[in-house]
Design a protein around this ligand. Structure first.
Ligand SMILES: Nc1ncnc2c1ncn2[C@@H]1O[C@H](COP(=O)(O)OP(=O)(O)OP(=O)(O)O)[C@@H](O)[C@H]1O
Length: 269
């Protein structure tokens, strides 16, 4: 392990994930090394099927690596943990629970009085601007509101790491921009470590300190681009020539990738 990996909040060391398919195998991840510092905001972009979700799921403890290790604070991941909050594109809210009860649900496994649970849920519901909808059921909320509820639920558990898999992917552009700003505001205040998957190059640059670009077959990191733009990220930053240049750099890294290494064996997909 290198010094950087030893000090990292999250460290992927030579992480491989191989699936059995038919009579062969398919290498979804072909040896990924990545160190994410405490409090860092990292975005991950890459073509469909390059292993972004697989990488994140291994970190979340929802999947296991075929070889290699992922450590969090130096301890190998061996399953899900409340210290790692996961937010997916599909909001995964319980339709039969109100906003309040959905957020409280995440707290039900913690030792906490009912009053404390209630107060904590209300605080995070307010933080994401859903106080007026606290007793509403998910089916009555817009996509953006559902996602804000899912975010409140994840925050309420107070994880030190947020793992976000295309959380804004299903939302319209305006809602997306407003949720990006809201996410950055809370991140600036609490400095959780964030690993955020997206297909959107603008979003990747706007949010991150570093953009990790992956390629497929096998899934691997091809470039890590430093985003040397100041926080808070504002519209001025978004419209600056420096932003445009970084967007171009990430765009080229994603859309002008060398042909796959064709290490696929027996995978017909
Ligand atoms: N259980 C499985 N069995 C076989 N192959 C799988 C399995 N799970 C994932 N894969 C393959 O692994 C590769 C990586 O999948 P993954 O979902 O991590 O990619 P991704 O980069 O997140 O894609 P997308 O951007 O489309 O969500 C894909 O080719 C996928 O088909």
């Amino acid at each position: 392990m290198t010094d950087i990996q030893e000090q990292a909040k999250i460290s992927f060391q030579n992480v491989r994930r191989v699936y059995d398919v038919g009579r062969g195998t398919f290498e979804a991840l072909g040896g990924v090394d990545l160190a994410i510092a405490d409090g860092e905001f990292v975005t991950v972009v890459g073509p469909s099927g390059c292993g972004k979700s697989t990488l994140m799921n291994i970190c979340a403890g929802l999947e296991t690596a075929s070889s290699g290790t992922v450590t969090v604070d130096g301890t190998p991941v061996d399953g899900p943990s409340p210290h790692r909050g996961v937010i997916f594109q599909q909001y995964a809210l319980f339709p039969w629970l109100t906003v309040r009860k959905n957020v409280e649900f995440g707290l039900s496994l913690q030792k906490m009085s009912r009053a404390e649970r209630r107060e904590r849920a209300e605080h995070f519901i307010e933080l994401v601007g859903l106080t007026g909808f606290i007793d509403a059921y998910p089916k009555t909320l817009s996509g953006g509101m559902k996602q804000r509820c899912a975010i409140a639920r994840a925050y309420a558990v107070d994880p030190s790491i947020l793992l976000m898999d295309e959380p804004f992917g299903a939302l319209d552009a305006l809602t997306r921009v407003s949720l990006q700003d809201q996410l950055l505001r809370t991140w600036s205040a609490d400095r959780r470590t964030v690993m955020f998957i997206t297909h959107d190059v603008d979003e990747a640059v706007y949010l991150a300190r570093r953009v990790v670009v992956m390629a497929k077959e096998p899934g691997r990191i091809v470039q890590v681009i430093d985003v040397d733009l100041p926080y808070p990220r504002t519209e001025e930053v978004r419209l600056s020539p420096e932003f445009a240049q970084l967007r171009g750099e990430v765009w080229r890294a994603v859309y002008h990738q060398p042909p796959s290494e064709a290490l696929t064996k027996g995978h017909t997909a």
